[in-house]
Design a protein around this ligand. Sequence first.
Ligand code: GRF
Length: 210
Amino acid sequence: MNDALKIAVFASGRGSNFEAILKAIRTGGIRGAGIVAVISNNPGSGALETARRNEIPALHISRTQFDSDGAFDAELLGALGKYGANFIVLAGYMKKVSPAVIAKFRNRIINIHPALLPEFGGKGMYGERVHRAVIEGGAKESGATVHMVDEVYDHGAVILQRKVPVSPDDTPETLAAKILKVEHEIYPEAIRLFAEGKIVIKDKTVSTVS
Ligand code: GRF
């Protein structure tokens, strides 16, 4: 594969963002990027199933399989090296990425969060909890954020963000569905920008060049 961006996707669950990215790559919406492996802590994840169906290396690597953080990190980094990954896309990955992996992939790891960061992010803010907090907080809008990953949860610089209105009759489920639709648009879009070299990161500041 001669792609500039050799992506390892880390995912724990359903994997719909991974599917949206894969589709964008396969239909030419993203050029210069390929998915070299999907890694999951969850052997039953939809993401691993999708990877297998698409003949992408599907790896179950979990901290629970190892005696130490060091052994786990070594396995992960070994797998990333083996498949030649130079970029990591977190797509519903429910585990914190270890400092060793972040250090090795500095400015090369992105995540998507189903709210408008820096609001409604941080430890414990995932899935339904995010949308419930948004609704209970009376926010008039929410959305999705693609951001860089650093050592702190949901903290790295924002790359792309898109808003959706919160309706008075929204439930966490309806809001999640609206936002997921937007996620499937902006995550491939962000990866396209990286693949085209249009994202410049300097001193933790992200800028987009045209
Ligand atoms: C998405 O809502 C994403 O924002 C969050 O986890 C969810 C993953 O969904 N980080 P999927 O597994 O990609 O379908």
